[in-house]
Design a protein around this ligand. Structure first.
Ligand SMILES: [Cu+2]
Length: 143
C-alpha cells in the first residue's frame, strides 16, 4: 500500500485571470477529506484583499505565483502544516515577507526560482513584497 501523503501537491493554476476565476488542480489521490476547493470569484480591478478570490487548498503544498506585480492567488486558505511555495514567474524583482502573522519569514529579493515555507501555526498572515507596497500583498489563512 502506498503510504499516504508524501506527494500530495496542489498547484494553483491561473485560468482567465481577467474574469476573476482561479482553478485549483490537485494531484492528491489519497485524501478522503480533501473536499472540493471553494473558489469565490471577485472583481479584480483593484486587487486588494477584500476583492480577491479565496483559494482553499486541502493538500500539503500550495503554490503561489509571483508575477509583476502581484501574488496569484492573493487570498489563500490552507491547513496547518501546509508548505507554501512561492514561484517567481515575472520579470521584476520581488520578495515574499511575512509582515504580520504567527511567525515571520522573508524570502529576500529575487527575480527567479522559488521559496518555500511550511506554515505550522494557525493564524492569518499578511505577506508583502517590499518594493511594491502598498499594493503587492497577499493574505494566507492557516486553519
Ligand atoms: Cu513585488
Amino acid at each position: 500500500m502506498p503510504s499516504a501523503g508524501s506527494a500530495a501537491t496542489a498547484v494553483v493554476v491561473l485560468a482567465g485571470f481577467a474574469g476573476g476565476a482561479a482553478v485549483l488542480g490537485t494531484s492528491a489521490s489519497a485524501a478522503p477529506d480533501a473536499g472540493p476547493s471553494s473558489v469565490t470569484s471577485g472583481h479584480l480591478a483593484h486587487h486588494d484583499d477584500s476583492a480577491s478570490p479565496l483559494v482553499t487548498v486541502a493538500a500539503r503544498t500550495a503554490t503561489v505565483k509571483i508575477v509583476d506585480n502581484r501574488f496569484v492567488p492573493s487570498n489563500l486558505s490552507v491547513r496547518k502544516g501546509t508548505k507554501v511555495k512561492w514561484v517567481w514567474a515575472g520579470r521584476g524583482t520581488h520578495n515574499a515577507r511575512a509582515a504580520s502573522g504567527p511567525t515571520r519569514f522573508d524570502s529576500g529579493l529575487r527575480s527567479s526560482g522559488s521559496y518555500s515555507r511550511t506554515l505550522s501555526k494557525k493564524g492569518t498572515y499578511t505577506v508583502v513584497c517590499d518594493p511594491h507596497l502598498p499594493h503587492m500583498k497577499m493574505k494566507i489563512k492557516v486553519r
